[in-house]
Design a protein around this ligand. Structure first.
Ligand code: RTP
Ligand code: MG
Length: 142
């Protein structure tokens, strides 16, 4: 399987719950490596630009409001099949539907406060990584 990069965000609810380390531990146990990381408070325009694909959706306002409600941890994860592997570790968008043992099943509260974001394709990952990090800020392992 090809080595990929994916953009992960630990959302404000999980930062507030103090489970950043536990979530990163799950990535590492699954063979993903953190190759860039920062904690940031997103502005409204940061969040709107990041989730631009959802701008016409009814939940967009709530999504932007939630993502700007507190600091987040933005990371680039690298590893074999990183995009799908991260999505599997995260679980379904709605924590009520997330498989047992996934990050959202264990740490998320609701479909809005759902603990983590992960790129949904290698194309999205390339855009999302570049949205937050300059190439010189990445420290590749592979
Ligand atoms: P994310 O982008 O945050 O990783 O989440 P996802 O791929 O699992 O879900 P996506 O469809 O991309 O939606 C982005 C975020 O919008 C909120 N959402 N609310 N009320 C709703 O029906 C609804 N649908 C999506 C969620 O917080 C989701 O994470
Ligand atoms: Mg998504």
């Amino acid at each position: 399987m090809a080595v990929e990069r994916t953009l992960s965000i630990i959302k404000p609810d999980a930062v507030a719950k103090n489970v950043v380390g536990q979530i990163i531990g799950r990535f590492e146990k699954a063979g993903l490596s953190v190759i860039a990381a920062k904690m940031v408070q997103l502005s409204q325009s940061d969040a709107e630009g990041f989730y631009a694909e959802h701008s016409a959706r009814p939940f967009f306002k709530d999504l932007v409001s939630f993502m700007t409600s507190g600091p987040v941890v933005v990371q680039v994860l690298e590893g074999e099949g990183a995009v799908l592997k991260n999505r599997e570790l995260m679980g379904a968008t709605n924590p009520k539907e997330a498989e047992a043992g996934t990050i959202r099943a264990d740490f998320a509260e609701s479909i809005d406060a759902n603990a983590v974001h992960g790129s949904d394709s290698t194309t999205s990952a390339a855009r999302e990584v570049a949205y937050f990090f300059a190439e010189t800020e990445l420290c590749p392992r592979a």
